[in-house]
Design a protein around this ligand. Structure first.
Ligand SMILES: *[C@@H]1O[C@H](CO)[C@@H](O)[C@H](O)[C@H]1NC(C)=O
Ligand SMILES: *[C@@H]1O[C@H](CO)[C@@H](O)[C@H](O)[C@H]1NC(C)=O
Ligand SMILES: *[C@@H]1O[C@H](CO)[C@@H](O)[C@H](O)[C@H]1NC(C)=O
Ligand SMILES: *[C@@H]1O[C@H](CO)[C@@H](O)[C@H](O)[C@H]1NC(C)=O
Ligand SMILES: *[C@@H]1O[C@H](CO)[C@@H](O)[C@H](O)[C@H]1NC(C)=O
Length: 492
């Protein structure tokens, strides 16, 4: 099957101006874990032993050579691993030693610039992972030679050593060190004006040198909140922070200091719901909570990063191989309010365990574009890209639950109506009458996975055929005729 997602908004996006939160809202992000995505020379299928925690050979040139594969799924941005120089073995990028030198395992400055230019020519954005909290040192805390770290080359730029054990103590999270005697992470004194200014000089220069459009900021919980407004403003681009915490009130509070955070509270809820650990009231509750701009809610949930997998957690299929469940979870990721983020390998149904298990190399899959989830992701990104091209209110219209039962939920986000279920593959065939969908009486409604057509009743509802626990997405046929490219081709 071929997917025509050619009507991307890409061609209209600004070329020279720095990318803002509003520019990012409509993007769909593919997360690249650089060392494990693609080798420079094509054709290798060497496995990568994730348990060794060593470099496996992925490069920026490799990423560039696979942009068709990524863009073929409808993505309009990529997020890559940190790019700075590392301690030996720092394949993930979170153990930096010199902010002003690139990680030469990933390539040269020219390689990175070439990747950035290629993305730009495709109308895609480049998000780079950055680590303001700490540097890396290959040994115990008392062996750190600060003069080896750059540009923060003196102990006075760091918090005095204390091991971070208790995340419930916020002070401890901010001032104590992550790591162990294999690799310590000297904790930068980011509340210090000199350190903050040094970080601002650095990020400004980095963003400009490599044409970066957005930042993913690591270990945000471990940094004083006041650090971020100055840092992000010096960067001058969209900032999304990693606040790895499921408590909505705790996590969303960080959005007062940066554009966006990774939506961990929603992640846990999606996982519970679509792994059949809780019913749809869990998802409904969390969606409504995230939308609430007040206490406990997000300031703007349409800017949050929505995901179900990343390089730090067990993959979704690690605990279930049910194809319908993962298809529903992916549909929610892409069609709810946030900026969707799909982690490399989801399209190949990889099933790795917790870190390091979830950091499999992608090359052994052969970048197969015929897998069920490659097509599924491509098709749903196509729906989202199309919806925003057809309705200027789509991206800021907040997804709402029109009705739900224990195992089925109906949602409406402007011109896109979604019906999801956690019944799994064993879900039967039955017809479901919608509620609150708001179609015009008598209009033709198309379910875009099956291309089934329905006529809306006098209440503007339809009776949708459900089957095998698969998701359903409804559009007015009149909107699809504007150029969706699927289901309506024959009627053009
Ligand atoms: C929290 O951590 C800080 C820094 O380690 C420590 O000084 C303080 O006593 C801790 N507070 C509590 C309540 O344990
Ligand atoms: C950016 O490029 C300039 C000019 O080559 C260089 O002096 C500076 O160190 C670079 N900045 C970073 C963060 O790499
Ligand atoms: C997701 O759900 C599965 C199944 O209940 C569970 O094993 C896994 O730990 C969950 N993931 C997270 C990060 O909570
Ligand atoms: C690609 O995936 C499809 C669907 O899973 C499978 O039938 C096909 O054999 C795969 N192609 C290769 C080259 O592995
Ligand atoms: C929602 O669905 C239930 C069936 O689960 C139904 O009884 C109810 O009338 C529907 N509508 C509303 C507004 O709750």
């Amino acid at each position: 099957m071929r997917f025509c997602w050619f009507l991307s908004l890409a061609s209209f996006s600004s070329v020279s101006l720095a990318a803002t939160a509003a520019d990012w809202r409509g993007k769909s992000i593919y997360q690249v874990f650089t060392d494990r995505f693609s080798l420079t020379s094509t054709g290798s299928t060497d496995a990568c032993d994730v348990t060794k925690n060593e470099y496996c050979g992925g490069t920026w040139k490799g990423v560039q050579s696979r942009l068709d594969y990524i863009q073929g799924m409808g993505f309009t941005a990529i997020w890559i691993s940190p790019i700075t120089l590392q301690v030996p073995g720092g394949y993930h990028g979170y153990y930096q030693t010199d902010l002003y030198h690139l990680n030469d395992h990933f390539g040269t400055a020219d390689d990175l610039k070439s990747l950035a230019a290629d993305l730009k020519s495709r109308g895609m954005y480049l998000m780079v992972d950055v680590v303001p909290n700490h540097m890396g040192w290959p040994g115990c805390p008392d062996t750190v030679d600060f003069s080896q770290l750059h540009p923060f080359n003196d102990a006075s730029y760091y918090h005095p050593y204390c091991p971070l054990n208790n995340y419930d103590n916020q002070t401890e999270a901010e001032v104590c060190w992550l790591g162990d005697c294999n690799t310590e992470m000297p904790d930068l004194k980011t509340e210090d004006a000199t350190v903050a200014a040094g970080m601002q000089d650095w990020i400004k220069s980095l963003v400009s040198n490599y044409s970066i459009d957005g930042l993913r900021m690591d270990s945000v919980k471990d940094v004083n909140k006041d650090f971020f407004p100055g840092f992000c403003s010096a960067a001058g681009v969209f900032c999304m922070g990693e606040v790895a915490d499921g408590r909505a009130d705790y996590a969303y509070a960080y959005q007062d200091y940066m554009d966006s955070i990774l939506d961990y509270p929603m992640y846990f809820s999606i996982n519970r719901t679509f792994q059949q650990q809780s019913d749809m009231s869990d998802l409904k509750y969390n969606l409504e909570l995230s939308k609430n701009g007040g206490t406990g809610g997000s300031k703007d949930n349409t800017l949050l990063g929505t995901f179900i997998e990343n390089h730090d957690n067990p993959r979704f299929p690690w605990s279930t191989d049910d194809m319908s469940l993962v298809k529903n979870a992916i549909a929610f990721t892409i069609l709810s309010d946030g900026i969707p983020i799909i982690y490399q390998g989801q399209e190949q149904h990889l099933a790795g365990a917790d870190d390091p298990g979830c950091r499999e190399a992608i090359w052994p899959t052969g970048y197969n574009t015929s897998t069920p989830l490659y097509g599924h992701i491509a098709y749903i990104n196509q729906m989202r890209n199309f919806a925003q091209s057809q309705s200027s209110s789509y991206l800021t219209y907040k997804n709402w639950v029109t009705n739900y039962t224990a195992d089925t939920i109906m949602m409406r986000k402007d011109i896109v109506r979604t019906i999801l279920t956690n019944q799994g593959e064993s879900g039967g065939s039955y017809s479901l009458t919608t509620e609150g969908m708001g179609f015009e009486s008598g209009e033709t409604v198309v379910e875009v996975f099956t291309c089934d057509k329905y006529t809306a009743d006098t209440n503007g509802e339809v009776k949708v055929q459900m089957s095998g626990g698969l998701p359903r997405v409804l559009f007015s046929e009149s909107i699809l005729l504007e150029g969706f490219g699927m289901c309506v081709l024959s009627s053009r």
